[in-house]
Design a protein around this ligand. Structure first.
Ligand SMILES: C[C@H](O)[C@H](O)[C@H]1CNC2=NC(N)=NC(=O)C2=N1
Length: 97
C-alpha cells in the first residue's frame, strides 16, 4: 500500500470531516451515549478492522473513544486508513455517537 501525498491526504480528509490529520495519523473522537454503547462501538470496529487487517489505536475513557489511524507497515497514511475511517464513522453514527 503506497503512502498518500499531502494533496491526496487533504482530498480524502474532506470525505471524512470528523477526522483531523496529526502528522502520520488521522484522529477523531467518538462520544457514545453511555459506556456499554462505547464498548459495543469498539467491538463493531474490531470486527471491521479484522476483516480489513487494518487496526486503529483506541483510547477508551468512559463514553469517549479517541481513535487514531495510520499504516504502520508504510510509515504513514494510506488508502486503508481512510477506508477504515469511513467504516468507523458509519458504526459511530449507527449508535447515535
Ligand atoms: C501482519 C499484519 O498483516 C500487519 O501487521 C497488519 C496488521 N494491522 C495493521 N494495522 C495498521 N493500522 N497498520 C498496519 O500496517 C497493519 N498491518
Amino acid at each position: 500500500m503506497d503512502l498518500l501525498d499531502d494533496s491526496a491526504v487533504q482530498r480524502r480528509l474532506a470525505e471524512v470531516p470528523e477526522w483531523r490529520r496529526e502528522g502520520d495519523e488521522i484522529r477523531r473522537k467518538v462520544t457514545a451515549p453511555d459506556f456499554p454503547t462505547a464498548i459495543r462501538i469498539v467491538d463493531e470496529i474490531a470486527v471491521e478492522a479484522e476483516k480489513m487487517n487494518h487496526h486503529p489505536d483506541i483510547d477508551i475513557r468512559w463514553r469517549t473513544l479517541h481513535l487514531a489511524l495510520t499504516t504502520h507497515d508504510a510509515g504513514g497514511l494510506t488508502e486503508n486508513d481512510f477506508a477504515l475511517a469511513a467504516r468507523i464513522d458509519g458504526i459511530a453514527a449507527a449508535h447515535g455517537a
